[in-house]
Design a protein around this ligand. Structure first.
Ligand code: OSB
Ligand code: MG
Length: 369
């Protein structure tokens, strides 16, 4: 693959409803669509996942821009690429900045699959024709409102409900949900809102038959999570703490978690996501695909990744309509009874709607070989 041209489309999209986590509330989504063209005129697409503020990780839309423009795009334009697995290797001299790397690598993967006229999921070694999905529910203003929201998504057929928690919005809130939905698959995501001093609160959650508790402790911790897991029956799932297959190995060896949430951006791309997947398959650790409030291109990459066999739990890849009035792909990602049918078209399997993309576009920059 000889990349000739990279276009960064900077978009701003507004979520249908505000989405609240323990670290902040989202309503605007500012990100890049990466359009990559090779010497045959074939085009691949990627999507950046960093947010405007560094509150989930240290990366932001602006740091993604800086890294892509100054360091990463020049490396891609420099010489041909044999296989997308080489991209993360080529980026290795530059430390971290995984979301910037993943955005570009994702476009190379799409381009690679399209060059061969095969679906991205097949290029990745995926098998499933359909994937099960759950939904992530933000912190609500009252338990009554939370029950209303959960009820809506249960009726839409989503396979599991993930509810955001933080101190004061945890046990009592989840207990209400559990009482009203005794058989629904339920889990909680704390986004690092607790410390070991909160162990009594966290132990109480064991009564609620949760599938897992996601990232209860520090965003950069695996030591205290191991101490906590030893005292909980509910499995811990790590999100923020895992940036690579090496991180996954260390966390599993320490007993810091029993489940891993794989986000393509957080771990630096699809190649590293596959490595974590393969390691977890060997170890019998369940994995599922997390989300970053993506628009359609990022969503399509998540769908393709989730077709790998060890993704044995429903992920956070909801339908396009979860967040967007109008998504940037045709057709939009559709969820029926908690299931997405994986498209069998080349590459990501969805067309980018240029007109819609331009309607959200703030800015465009072009880089050529
Ligand atoms: O921790 O998984 C998370 C959204 C923003 C930042 C972090 C997280 C989330 C979600 C929503 O849980 C996932 C999605 O619906 O895309
Ligand atoms: Mg999370």
């Amino acid at each position: 693959i000889s990349i000739r041209k990279v276009t960064l489309h900077r978009l701003a999209m507004t979520l249908k409803d505000p989405f609240s986590t323990s670290f902040g509330t989202f309503q605007e989504k500012d990100f890049f669509v990466i359009e990559m063209e090779d010497d045959t005129g074939c085009i691949g697409f990627g999507e950046s996942t960093a947010f405007s503020s560094p509150w989930y990780s240290e990366e932001t839309v602006e740091t993604n821009k800086h890294l892509m423009e100054k360091f990463l795009i020049p490396l891609l334009l420099e010489s041909p690429i044999g296989h997308p697995d080489e991209v993360s290797k080529r980026f290795e001299p530059f430390r971290r900045n995984n979301m910037a790397k993943a955005a570009l690598e994702g476009a190379v993967w799409d381009l690679y699959a399209k060059r061969q006229s095969i679906p991205l999921y097949v290029a990745l070694g995926g098998e499933k024709q359909q994937i099960d999905v759950g939904i992530s529910i933000g912190i609500q203003s009252s338990t009554k409102e939370l029950l209303r929201v959960v009820d809506g998504f249960v009726n839409e057929g989503y396979k599991r409900m993930k509810i955001k928690i933080k101190p004061g919005y945890d046990y009592e809130w989840l207990k209400e949900v559990r009482n009203h939905f005794p058989d629904t698959l339920l889990m909680a995501d704390a986004n690092s809102a607790y410390t070991l001093r909160d162990i009594e609160t966290l132990k109480k959650l064991d009564d609620l038959n949760l599938m897992m508790i996601e990232q209860p402790l520090g965003h950069d911790d695996i030591i205290d999570h191991a101490k906590l897991q030893a005292q909980l029956t509910t499995p811990i799932c790590l999100d923020e703490s895992i940036h690579s297959s090496e991180d996954a190995r260390k966390a599993v060896e320490l007993g810091s978690c029993k489940i891993i949430n794989i986000k393509i951006g957080r771990v630096g791309g699809l190649t590293e996501s596959k490595r974590i997947h393969d390691y977890c398959a060997e170890q019998g650790i369940s994995v599922w695909c997390g989300g970053m409030l993506e628009a359609g291109i990022g969503r399509a990459h998540n769908v393709a990744l989730t077709t790998l066999p060890q993704f044995d739990l429903p992920g956070d890849t909801a339908g396009s309509s979860r967040y967007w009035v109008k998504d940037i792909i045709d057709p939009e990602v559709i969820v029926n009874n908690g299931v997405i049918q994986v498209p069998n078209l080349p590459g990501i399997g969805y067309e980018v709607n240029r007109q819609v993309l331009e309607s959200y576009r703030l800015d465009k920059s072009v880089f050529t070989a």
